[in-house]
Design a binder for this molecule. Structure first.
Ligand code: FES
Length: 496
């Protein structure tokens, strides 16, 4: 489903597909905000090419909340306790710097990105959680005095028990910002290619050769900016992250809306902000996250609508979509080298749903690495830090699935096996010990796929709300007829 932001894509001409071989200093894979920001910084100094498999921002960047904030839920108390005060201070500083950097880029480029400075709030409606909110505020105070405030009321039409207010944060229109960056990259003689899918990356004679639509980009450096790395080994980031999907709705509430950006502390989290739509203000609500590929909270759109209607009974829902993001083990993004044994290849991933500031931090760290500049935040986000494997059972399942025969021979499914598959639903059926993924369209047509993920072979689940096949291991998604739509998998499912 198209997001509110994605309607902006219609205002822009598509960038060309790659048609020739190319030599550049840096090849950036992924045309979301992180990839474009990296290209923006680098294109001032060296030659760059950005390759995007679809349109710009067709992944998470086009479905984000567009909040640009250093307040990442209740986070600074956790950071001080687990990593120390100095670390937490640097994390905050890096994020505050990122907000200023984005503002500066918009001012310099005179971009129209609906950028607005707003306060940001984490609130709770439960008395039992007020202490946690107070502790968070006290932790922020230790790092930066006067940045935050504990309050008992907020401008949202909700009774709350307490909130921590983070001052002077920001919000914008992510796709308008992306095109501001793209324009500057082109002015700097950078190249941008849309509908250009990377097939493989090879190392040849001390350079990288990136194969895209049967053409080759030869580059000294490669930056993987695909939200989830498309390179599995080395790096092994698939053992250090999982993907989470959130639901989003945009509503016209037929009333005056509030200032500020909000998220609650209790689970499920729901985030609120307003967005400009011509002369109007609309409400964006995002939440009811679930681990991709599992059966939790599949009716998220309905639940969000119920929450919004309680606040604004006349609300009319105009847009619905879902968005995926990578959650790292320690809740800190992985930014920098892919691996110590793979020189000149960089990545940024694990943004934990706070991708707008994280992508600017990542772009600066990676551009500094490539240009040989020191960056004082690089150790905080170091991508090669060692953490324990997240979930042994998951790793076991994954290996089991990888070893499974992926061969399902072409045959007709007996009608009797299909009678339990309802219109608009998908499921896996077992025939002679072979599994087939089946989806029954509104027209009654049956689509059949091999229900194994083309990343590392895990068995897929069908999401009956979004009509997608989802992988519970690392969160790849495929359309009901098998087209790969979300990384890490880059290949379509085999169709039966
Ligand atoms: Fe890794 Fe599916 S996303 S096995």
């Amino acid at each position: 489903m198209e997001s509110f932001w994605e309607k902006e894509l219609k205002e822009h001409k598509e960038f060309e597909k790659i048609k020739n071989n190319l030599n550049v200093s840096v090849c950036i894979i992924g045309g979301g905000i992180m990839g474009l920001t990296t290209a923006y910084y680098l294109s001032k100094k060296v030659s760059v090419a950005v390759v995007e498999k679809d349109r710009l921002c067709s992944g998470t960047s086009g479905r984000t909340t567009g909040k640009i904030t250093s307040q990442h839920g209740v986070f600074y108390n956790y950071l001080i306790e687990s990593k120390g005060k100095e670390f937490a201070q640097k994390y905050l500083e890096a994020n505050e710097q990122a907000i200023s950097n984005i503002e500066k880029i918009i001012q310099e480029t005179k971009g129209n990105c609906d950028f607005e400075r707003e306060d940001s709030y984490v609130f709770t409606r439960q008395e039992t959680l007020v202490d946690k909110i107070k502790k968070e505020q006290a932790s922020i105070d230790k790092i930066e005095k006067d940045k935050s405030e504990f309050i008992k009321q907020i401008p949202l039409p909700l009774e709350i028990a307490g909130a921590v207010k983070f001052k002077n944060q920001a919000q914008f229109h992510p796709i308008k910002y992306a095109y501001t960056l793209a324009e500057k990259i082109m002015d700097n003689n950078g190249r941008i290619f849309e509908n250009s899918k990377v097939e493989k990356i090879k190392r040849e004679n001390g350079k990288y050769v990136v194969f895209v639509n049967r053409n080759k980009i030869t580059a000294d450096y490669v930056v993987i900016a695909t939200r989830y790395p498309i390179v599995n080994v080395p790096g092994y980031h698939f053992l250090k992250m999982y993907q989470s999907t959130s639901y989003a709705i945009v509503a016209d509430v037929k009333k005056e809306l509030f200032d500020g950006m909000y998220i609650n502390l209790e689970v499920p989290n729901i985030s609120f902000r307003t967005i400009k739509d011509g002369d109007k203000r609309l409400l964006l609500a995002v939440g009811f996250d679930y681990k991709t590929g599992t059966d939790e909270l599949r009716d998220g759109y309905q639940r969000l609508e119920t929450v919004v209607r309680k606040m604004y009974p006349d609300a009319e829902v105009l847009y619905k979509w879902s968005a995926e993001d990578c959650i790292s083990l320690d809740k800190i993004p992985y930014i920098g080298e892919l691996s110590t044994i793979k020189p000149n290849m960089y990545l940024a991933t694990g943004f934990n749903k706070w991708g707008m500031t994280s992508s600017n931090i990542a772009a600066n760290i990676i551009a500094d690495e490539i240009l040989g500049n020191e960056n004082k935040y690089k150790e905080v986000f170091k991508s090669t830090r060692l953490e324990p494997i997240k979930n042994r059972q998951e790793v076991g399942n994954m290996l089991k699935e990888v070893n499974k025969s992926l061969i399902v021979s072409r045959f007709k499914i007996p009608k009797s096996e299909l009678k339990d598959v309802k219109i608009g639903e998908g499921k896996i059926i077992n025939i002679d010990n072979r599994k087939i993924g089946v989806y029954k369209a509104q027209t009654g047509e049956i689509y059949k796929v091999k229900p194994y993920c083309t990343h590392l072979g895990c068995e897929l689940h069908f999401n009956n709300v979004d009509k997608t096949w989802e992988c519970p291991c690392h969160g790849s998604k495929f359309t009901y007829d098998g087209k790969s739509i979300e990384v890490p998998s880059n290949k379509d499912l085999k169709i039966k």
